[in-house]
Design a protein around this ligand. Structure first.
Ligand SMILES: [Zn+2]
Length: 380
């Protein structure tokens, strides 16, 4: 009698019913769950889905693993403190039933066998699933909101003294300096702060008018003198930096002014004389996203998802050089130069799909000391 009572309490806590079926490793799609099943399988039995004999785990253990991942993010609205109003259609927050949660909300594919999915949906108790904190933000949403707040602040309100701007009193937004610190710390943790070895080749394109002096020497092909430095993605007007690429094609596309332009173009080739520390934004898209079900890697998954969105923001195409949309990225770059003490940032070209750009934080005289001029090539 006691066992039956204890079991009912257990079922209630875990929120899924008994299930005596077995599933083989091959019927599981998600890489993390597949690996877990391989490691935890202790027997070779018949799979209840493909009917082959092989390494299997009990469906109960698989569902328990899935529930661990669900409970990190969702809860039964009845337990999560969601308010209920029968006249207004029920729970006053966004909810999902178990079918929609498993089939549509979770993007990672548990199994391509629909019978497996149906069994999982039938075994998990149906309830109104809502966010664990139905009215609060997740840590990732707080990062996203904090970046958005910082961007708007420096564009429209307080460009130079934002260091005094505090976090909000409800704990739903970091201060501008804190969100920059968080980005820097997570960049190191994700391994996207890297060293560029000495001897790395860079190309820099320069356009000039036919009547101008021919800019064929190092002095004229590196970063411009400060008084000629224009507003750009990673540097404000007057702040001279070295924009370059590892490909001639990307350089050309970055400065292309249209087919009717009579401007001449020359490409300078340089090699770095020292190892340089840089932030590699192009590496974000290649970071392996941990599975939804890997609860130990939850923070890493959330960080990568945040960085993917941030990278889109930092590298989106902006036509007007004078546009204030560049202000947040300019401050972002200056933060990595002055506070994190990096030498540059590598990022995806907005004008050459698949191409990469670099900004090295060297002004004209610094370029002449830190880079070796190899040669140049006139394109027209
Ligand atoms: Zn199977």
């Amino acid at each position: 009698m006691n066992w039956a009572k204890d079991h009912l309490i257990e079922l209630d806590n875990r929120q899924f019913a008994d299930n005596d079926k077995h599933i083989c490793v091959n019927c599981i799609e998600d890489t993390y769950l597949k690996k877990w099943a391989k490691q935890s399988s202790t027997e070779r039995t018949e799979c209840d889905y493909c009917h082959k004999i092989g390494k299997t785990v009990s469906m109960e253990n698989l569902i328990s693993k899935i529930m661990d991942a669900i409970k990190l993010r969702y809860d039964d609205a009845a337990n999560a403190g969601a308010s209920w109003d029968g006249r207004e259609g029920g729970y006053q927050c966004s909810t999902l039933d178990t079918h929609d949660l498993i089939n549509f909300e979770i993007e990672d594919c548990i199994s391509s066998n629909s019978k497996v999915i149906d069994d999982i949906v039938d075994t998990i108790y149906d309830c109104a699933w809502c966010k664990k904190d139905p009215y609060g933000m997740t840590e990732r949403e707080i990062y996203e909101y904090s970046w958005k707040y910082f961007s708007n602040l420096v564009k429209y309100n307080n460009r130079y003294f934002f260091i005094n701007d505090k976090e909000d009193e409800y704990g739903e937004r970091y201060s501008p300096i804190d969100i920059l610190n968080i980005i820097a710390e997570k960049s190191k943790n994700l391994g996207i702060v890297k060293i560029l070895p000495a001897g790395t080749t860079f190309y820099r394109a320069r356009s000039y008018k036919p009547e101008d002096i021919q800019p064929y020497d190092a002095k004229h092909l590196v970063a411009p003198p400060s008084e000629k430095a224009k507003n750009d993605r990673m540097s404000a007007c007057g702040i001279s930096v070295f924009y370059a690429s590892d490909s001639i094609e990307t350089c050309k596309r970055e400065i292309y002014k249209g087919k009717f332009s009579k401007d001449k173009v020359v490409i300078g080739k340089f090699k770095t004389l020292y190892g340089l520390k840089y932030l590699d934004l192009t590496a974000i898209k290649n970071l392996e996203l941990p599975s939804f079900f890997d609860t130990e890697q939850f923070d890493t998954r959330e960080a990568i998802l945040f960085f993917r969105g941030l990278n889109t923001e930092l590298t989106r195409p902006i036509e007007e050089l004078e546009n204030i949309e560049y202000v947040p990225t300019q401050i972002f770059a200056e933060y990595f130069k002055q506070v994190v003490k990096l030498n540059g940032i590598k990022y995806d070209s907005a004008k050459d799909k698949g191409g990469t750009c670099f900004v090295l934080f060297f002004n004209n005289p610094q370029c002449l000391k830190k880079l070796k001029f190899v040669d140049y090539k006139c394109l027209n």
